[in-house]
Design a protein around this ligand. Structure first.
Ligand code: GRF
Length: 193
């Protein structure tokens, strides 16, 4: 199975996945990093890890469809089977959804359906919740609404700051995401066989 990781920011989940592939705990190849922010740190990680990458300025395209068609060309050229979103801050449109039906996975830093959207960690913290977590789910046309594949809870302790909470959540993500991806790959392989 060949993976494309889509990222807009730091790319720590991207790096954790590449490491899991190299340790052979994920039975796949990270074929491509797709980035919609040409100055994102994820691209620096890709260079260091020797993973091919492409980056775009989506605003330079006349429409979401034309942007996604360009991305799709790169995915097809790289022989990608499964898209892994990891901090990709853009809603996936119909062009990619139709081409990768049930083959786009996302990770979100809350226990969905609680705290969807761009600031899942901050929103749980600001609400004074005593627990939040991480969700891995399939991507559909909604925002953080697709079928849930796995969730893991993270406690918000009275002495947690937003920074300490972010650290705990990212630590959970870096273990959970590769595990769930591996399980999903096994499922896809059975379907292909
Ligand atoms: C993660 O918290 C992920 O759940 C969310 O965006 C963040 C990405 O972090 N969707 P990184 O770029 O992988 O470091």
């Amino acid at each position: 199975i060949r993976l494309a990781v889509f990222a807009s920011g730091s790319g720590s989940n991207f790096e954790a996945l590449v490491e899991a592939v190299r340790k052979q705990t994920v039975d796949a190849e990270v074929a491509l990093l797709v980035c919609d922010k040409p100055d994102a740190f994820a691209l620096t990680r890709a260079k260091r890890l020797a993973v091919p990458s492409v980056s775009f300025y989506p605003k330079q395209f006349p429409s979401k469809g034309s942007f996604e068609k360009e991305v799709l060309d790169h995915l097809e050229e790289a022989g990608v089977d499964l898209i892994v979103l990891a901090g990709y801050m853009r809603i996936i449109g119909s062009t990619l959804l139709e081409a990768f039906d049930n083959r786009i996975i996302n990770i979100h830093p809350s226990l969905l359906p609680f705290y969807p959207g761009k600031q899942g960690i901050q929103d749980a913290f600001d609400a004074g919740a005593i627990e939040t977590g991480v969700t891995v789910h399939l991507v559909d046309e909604g925002i953080d609404t697709g079928e849930i594949l796995a969730q893991e809870k993270v406690a918000i302790d009275p002495d947690d700051t937003i920074e300490s909470l972010e650290e705990k959540i990212h630590a959970v993500e870096h273990v959970l995401y590769p595990e769930v991806i591996q399980t999903y790959i096994k499922k896809l392989q059975k379907e292909y066989a």
